[in-house]
Design a protein around this ligand. Structure first.
Ligand code: 5GP
Length: 197
């Protein structure tokens, strides 16, 4: 999506270690008019899919997912990072390795809010190694919910998550795919996606 790529070029900051900072418009301060345009693009890309719920993970997915849910007129559920495994049978549970914090989280979602009748669109801000998404896919599988697709704001195409998800035959729409970035020059190269606006 050209709008998002242009914004990343303008305001994104490339850090050493393959980290892209987008905290001035995506995951600390949030640009809601930009999120609205992104939500409209996902609505177009997933048109015809019987989506009745948006699923994301706290914290930085929530803002974008809420705007997408508003655009699709469906509820949004976020998976919660729990301090410890708790044997509460009212939750589905999985474990996720965090790219940014180098920690393993237990992640839960209540059985009340994810069920076999759900057709979900998963939304998150970043896709890197795919650990967060694999955790959300686990939770959806435990619940017997159908995953209609995945929408990601920024995919780092030089990390393996995107290929892993696409191999499973899931429709994955990342609105910006970074092929390469250079911390010394700040240069960012995006993968062309002719089917997007
Ligand atoms: P994954 O589980 O795919 O390795 O990483 C996904 C999560 O890590 C995202 O939800 C995001 O919070 C965080 N993340 C991964 N790479 C980056 C990055 O380059 N910049 C920022 N800001 N967050 C990242």
């Amino acid at each position: 999506m050209k709008l998002l790529e242009d914004r990343i070029r303008k305001d994104g900051i490339v850090r050493e270690g393959g980290v892209l900072k987008v905290d001035s418009f995506i995951n600390h301060q949030m640009d809601i008019p930009l999120f609205r345009e992104m939500a409209r693009e996902w609505k177009r890309l997933f048109a015809g899919k019987p989506i009745n719920k948006v699923l994301t993970i706290e914290a930085s997915g929530i803002g974008i997912a809420a705007v997408v849910a508003s655009e699709l007129d469906v509820p949004v559920v976020f998976a919660k990072k729990a301090m410890s495994i708790n044997l509460d049978y009212d939750n589905y549970e999985t474990q996720i390795q965090s790219f940014t914090h180098k920690k393993i989280y237990n992640v839960i979602v209540s059985k009340k809010f994810l069920t076999p009748s759900d057709h979900i669109l998963i939304i998150d801000d970043f896709l890197a190694n795919g650990c967060a998404l694999m955790g959300l896919l686990d939770l959806a599988k435990e619940a017997g919910a159908t995953v209609e697709g995945i929408g990601i704001a920024v995919e780092k195409g030089f990390q393996p998550g995107g290929a892993m998800i696409r191999q499973r035959g899931i429709q994955l729409e990342s609105l910006a795919i970074v092929e390469s970035m250079d911390a010394a020059t700040g240069e960012i190269v995006f993968r062309p996606q002719p089917h997007q606006s």
